[in-house]
Design a protein around this ligand. Structure first.
Ligand SMILES: O=P(O)(O)OC[C@H]1O[C@](O)(CO)[C@@H](O)[C@@H]1O
Length: 545
């Protein structure tokens, strides 16, 4: 048993959450609910009134945060303490967006200086590429960027570039390769011209199989187009914490952008891993992205817990996972440019909080990170919202929408907004059996048919959601939004007392993968493996069903 579940507050929450009235009642009882359960910070507005909570719920949640020393843990992260205990590392992605004049000491070094040097290196490179002064091996300027990386080295650059499409440099295009499936890189390279293509190989470890394989194939493609070994320097750069391996791989030392072990892969877009973003939107906009995140950092570090946006969101997520048996959480972005954001938050949260032991190795006796999924509105309404409304699983939802569109067109945006708000309303209030029956009054169905159909049309409601609004989707508001979710993830891990910053769970697959790879290629017998793995290996070798 863990201290957490033995605590009085935890057990008070357990009892309390069983007796809360329906949200319909909570709204009816308090006309000011929206005003009191909403807050603004860093260009974002959070409406958290459509949650299963009253003042007592909130005070119990904040008490739990106090008892688990959340404020001290926030301070420890920003202060560079070794909170990633299993890898003996600090967690300082916040330093990547610190102001140049700030001092953040780590092992006797002010790491802000290193960050600023790398940003200057990025700025010089971005100018060279976007001005056209950087020439390829036939003297042409670069027109296409191919970013090769996976996980945080893929999702960050890809999804943030996609989200900031209105800010793109018109003379450049970017392409993202992650999966080791040959189809991915083949399809991406098909339309490209080696003379005007630049590859950015992003790998913090410089040891990820997919990224190394894809980069080797990119090199072969490049050379097959008439280039020679010495032309590599003009068309390949690398972002890594393993400079020695990148140099050994053949990347020119001047073309290597450093990153550090105190930045986790899923928290790294703010580093030179974000180079593709900076190339596409320009360094000024990239710095605005950093500034947005920095504003959220200051809010998170300095705001009392009860008014702290990441704390509020993290506590509600924990409430549903631990006291309402919610196994997943859905992120619904009512903006086409943000269509990739749920996938980004999926890695951020699931690779951080998909853990089952506390810091001292004790197995947890409570739920930890939920499944994070989602997509763009209004498409989801025609795909999975049925389950959100009438399924048996409770799935808390975050709705995210800019109030202004980059593409104001007729009635489109007002209809988008009406769908977004109406979905949160329907989830909250549902439709009673009596209301469903009343709607069938005028129909020519029999009484029994009306009664049965009304039961099918009944919707429990009381389904919780947060709504996050921003004035407009800009580099600044996007930076604040992503940092908000980074800290929301931190809050939950801190209260659960787990390590949100390692990822040992992905190691076994990699190790076994290397063994299976050897067996797939060789004729060596795999019969000592389980019969399924052995059978699958043999099927692959025979290449026939
Ligand atoms: O940047 P690297 O070292 O190639 O790692 C890629 C990804 O693999 C992981 O280490 C494991 O999925 C992620 O955390 C990381 O973003």
């Amino acid at each position: 048993m863990t201290e957490l579940t033995q605590s009085q507050t935890w057990n008070e929450l357990k009892a309390h959450t069983k007796n809360l009235p329906h949200m319909r009642v909570l709204f009816a009882e308090d006309k000011l609910r929206f005003d009191t359960m909403s807050t603004s910070a860093c260009g974002l507005f959070l409406d958290y009134s459509k949650n299963r909570a009253n003042n007592e719920t909130l005070s119990l949640l904040f008490k739990l945060a106090d008892e688990t020393k959340l404020a001290a843990k926030i301070k420890a992260m920003f202060g560079g303490d070794v909170i990633n205990t299993t890898e003996k590392r600090a967690v300082l992605h916040t330093a990547l967006r610190a102001k140049p004049e700030q001092k953040i000491m780590l092992d006797g070094t002010n790491i802000v200086e290193e960050v600023q040097q790398t940003q200057a290196q990025m700025a010089t490179f971005v100018t060279a590429i976007t001005s056209g002064s950087w020439k390829g091996y036939t003297g042409k300027s670069i027109t296409d960027i191919v970013s090769i990386g996976i996980g945080g080295s893929f999702l960050g650059p890809k999804i943030v570039s996609q989200a900031l499409r209105p800010y793109w440099n018109k003379a450049l295009n970017c392409h993202f390769v992650g999966n080791v499936d040959g189809t991915s890189i083949t399809e991406k390279l098909k339309p490209l011209d080696a003379e005007t293509t630049l590859f950015i190989m992003s790998s913090k470890s410089f040891a990820t199989q997919e990224t190394l394989t894809n980069t080797l194939s990119a090199k072969e493609w490049f050379m097959s187009n008439g280039a020679s070994q010495e032309d590599i320097a003009q068309h390949f750069v690398a972002v890594t914490s393993n400079v020695a391996k990148a140099t050994e791989f053949g990347i020119d030392a001047d073309n290597i952008f450093p990153m550090w072990d105190w930045v986790g892969g899923r928290y790294s877009l703010w580093s030179a891993i974000g180079l593709p973003i900076a190339l596409m939107i320009g360094m000024d906009n990239f710095r605005e992205l950093l500034d947005g995140a920095h504003e959220m950092d200051k809010h998170f570090a300095n705001t009392p817990l009860s008014e702290n946006m990441p704390v509020i969101m993290g506590l509600f997520s924990l409430l549903y996972g631990n006291f309402h048996n919610a196994q997943s959480h859905v992120v619904l972005t009512y903006d086409h440019y943000l269509r990739g954001l749920p996938a980004y938050f999926q890695q951020l949260d699931m690779e951080s909080n998909g853990k089952s032991v506390t810091l001292d190795g004790t197995h947890v006796d409570f739920s930890t990170g939920p499944v994070i999924w989602g997509g763009e509105g209004t498409n989801g309404q025609h795909a999975y919202h049925q389950l959100l409304h009438q399924g048996t699983a409770l799935i808390p939802a975050d709705f995210i929408m800019p109030l202004k569109s980059h593409n104001p067109l007729g009635e489109h945006h007002i209809q988008l907004a009406s769908n977004c708000f109406a979905q949160t309303q329907a989830l909250m209030q549902g439709r009673s059996y009596e209301e469903a029956l009343a709607e069938l009054e005028g129909s020519d169905l029999s009484i029994d048919e009306k009664s049965t159909l009304a039961k099918h049309k009944e919707m429990q409601g009381n389904k919780p959601s947060n709504t996050i609004l921003m004035d407009k989707l800009t580099p600044g508001t996007l930076g604040s939004l992503i940092a908000l979710y980074e800290h929301r993830t931190f809050v939950q891990g801190a209260i659960w007392n787990i390590n949100s910053f390692d990822q040992w769970g992905v190691e076994l697959g990699k190790t076994l993968g290397n063994d299976v790879l050897a067996r797939l290629g060789a004729e060596q017998d795999a019969s000592e493996l389980d019969s399924s793995t052995n059978g699958l290996i043999n099927m692959f070798r025979q290449e026939s069903i």
